[in-house]
Write a new protein. Structure first.
Lengths: 445, 147
């Protein structure tokens, strides 16, 4: 059985693992990395029982210290890049909120991070991809070669071909430590203004945590966090030690993350930030990957699992859009243990890249019988505000909602069909959202 | 340590090459496919922070005993002698396949036993000529069962 990080849905299937990814992907409909997308994007569609696991294909093929360009096999984990290159003064240009992802997954989801308002998505820094396309050919694409295939692959959820190799530009950092400033904010309007102002003030990394159960004039209160790489003069001389990890040993009972505990946790988190403003030099893992310290933290959500709803509400929707979105959540009794808000910059190069200029809100939601209705209501609000959702997180969105959110789907499907006319490459997610059926002329070659 | 690793492009051999290079050992990679070896050599260099071209490799195939001596000669020449030779290469097949395919069973025994011993003999002679060293062969509980 296979599932994404949310453990919902769980579907029949197995991973075919090999160091020889070009061979392992032969005849398979999908590749899968470390399984950290939350929903069904790395799961096989009905009738497809196997996917290729990329994790053994993890070699670094070259690194140019002059240009910073690193080329690696698609299964290389971000954790390895962090471990090997941060001590040498290099870091990935964009990182998601966990280091347990592969390069192939970072491309397929076109991941973004706390610096999206300044540096865009990961795909903006990719210089070349090597793919195994549906007919078995190995094809190289880049922003200038097979450009449409490149743009469809970046953020294309693995549906254009098996990603075999990724080349991208690393960035130099002045120290491995992060200088932070955090500010307690009183409502959602102040939050959005604060995020925009932090970006305008030159903070390269910004994000915030929202107490999403607060109502009325306190709706959207929370903690705004700003960060930058620390200068050597202000950073500790010693390198950051690897963080000790704790494993969640079993599935928590459902009541542990029920509405009462979620409310208590969120209230405590808000009030533990007693001073209005705090400054600190922090460990890079604490800043970038705070949840990675808990191995298997998805077990905290119990056997039914969790889903994440992440949307971007465009600037054109105005400053009230985020408040209207949170009102839908609160009115439906949605209890999100963690609610994260980010400032998004320009749209990525990928045809289906998630971010666009606006505000992103991500909600972790325990799966319950009413979850589908909650996601439907949230998505109707997103459609009304002109926003869209992040496919790497999704397991519940309906096809008509998704297609109403994203008019770019038609162009993506056109390019996809050029490279895969028989529809051999697909996933449980593409079956759900794009209407993929079984391949038209038998299975893959 | 100056070590030659047979089976260095995959699995335990790959992991061992990375760890040994990471702690400062000089490693020489042996395996069947020259292209694959070159990719693994670049990987070991990049992970250990060494310049490109400083980790060398040579083709060596446990199914082709005539490759053993030239490959170990190349390793000795590149590293200036050998302190250790490690073998993680081998074949594996399920019991069902071995029982239904006598040729495969014969091939597996040749590679995993007879030719591995022959390779170790080549390595032993070279290590003893330098006064000793470490010869390390990875096996598996699969080899202990009556397959």
């Amino acid at each position: 059985m296979l599932s994404g990080w949310g453990r919902a849905p769980v579907v029949p299937g197995r991973e075919v693992r090999s160091e020889d990814l070009a061979r392992a992907t032969s005849g398979l409909p999908l590749s899968r990395g470390l399984g950290r997308s939350y929903g069904d994007s790395s799961l096989p569609a009905h009738g497809d029982l196997a996917v290729a696991s990329t994790t053994l294909a993890d070699r670094i093929l070259s690194f140019d210290e002059q240009s910073g360009v690193l080329r690696a096999e698609a299964g290389l984990a971000l954790q390895e890049l962090y471990r090997l290159f941060l001590p040498r003064g290099w870091f990935v240009p964009v990182t998601p909120g966990t280091q347990f992802v592969t390069l192939g997954g970072m491309v397929a989801s076109d991941v973004h991070g706390k610096n999206h308002h300044r540096d865009g998505c990961f795909g903006a820094h990719v210089t070349e991809l090597v793919l195994r396309v549906a007919d078995g050919r190995i094809v190289t694409c880049s922003p200038t070669v097979e450009r449409d295939l490149f743009r469809a692959t970046v953020g294309g959820m693995g549906l254009t071909g098996h990603i075999l190799e990724v080349a991208f530009r690393m960035v130099r950092v002045p120290s491995p430590w992060i200088a932070t400033e955090s500010v307690r904010v009183h409502d959602i309007d102040e939050f959005i203004a604060g995020l925009k102002q932090a970006g305008a003030d030159g903070w390269p990394m910004t994000m915030g945590w929202i107490d999403c159960l607060s109502r009325g004039r306190r709706m959207g209160r929370g903690i705004l966090m700003k960060g930058r790489w620390a200068d050597p003069a202000e950073a500790p001389r010693r390198p950051p030690r690897p963080k000790r990890r704790i494993t969640i040993p079993f599935d928590f009972p459902a009541f542990v993350l029920g509405p009462l505990t979620v409310r208590a946790f969120n209230t405590a988190l808000y009030w533990q930030h007693l001073r209005r403003r705090r400054r600190a030099i922090v460990h890079p893992e604490s800043f970038f990957y705070p949840l990675d310290i808990l191995r298997a933290w998805n077990r905290m959500y119990g056997r039914r699992g969790l889903t994440q709803h992440q949307c971007v509400l465009p600037n054109e929707a105005g400053p009230g859009a985020a408040r209207r979105f949170l009102e839908v959540l609160v009115s439906r009794g949605g209890a999100s243990f963690l609610c994260v808000i980010k400032d998004c910059g320009p749209e990525g190069v990928g045809m289906l890249s998630f971010p666009r200029p606006g505000i992103s809100i991500a909600l972790d939601i325990a799966v319950r019988p009413e979850t589908q209705a909650l996601i439907d209501a949230l998505n109707e609000c997103v459609i009304k505000e002109g926003g869209r959702i992040y496919l790497a997180k999704d397991a519940f969105t309906r096809a008509d909602h998704y297609q109403a959110m994203d008019p770019r789907v038609a162009e993506f499907q056109r390019v996809r069909r050029l490279w895969d006319p028989e529809g051999r490459l697909r996933s449980a997610q593409s079956e759900r959202l794009l209407g993929d059926g079984p391949p038209r002329e038998g299975r893959a070659p | 340590v100056k070590a030659a690793l047979l089976g260095a492009t995959k699995g335990m051999g790959r992991a061992l090459a990375r760890q040994m290079a990471g702690r400062g050992d000089a490693v020489f990679l042996l395996g069947r496919d020259p292209d694959d070896l070159a990719r693994s050599a670049r990987d070991v260099e990049a992970r250990a922070g060494r310049p490109e071209g400083t980790v060398a490799a040579a083709a060596c195939d446990l199914e082709r005993p005539e490759t053993f001596a030239p490959a170990l000669d190349a390793a000795e020449a590149a590293l200036g002698g050998l302190d250790a030779v490690v073998v993680t290469a081998g074949l594996f097949a399920t019991q069902d396949r071995l029982e239904s395919d006598p040729d495969l069973a014969r091939r597996l025994l040749t590679v995993d036993f007879a030719n591995t011993v022959a390779f170790c003999e080549e390595a032993r002679r070279r290590l003893l000529a330098r006064g000793g060293g470490t010869l390390c062969v990875f096996s598996s509980v699969a080899g202990e069962r009556g397959r």
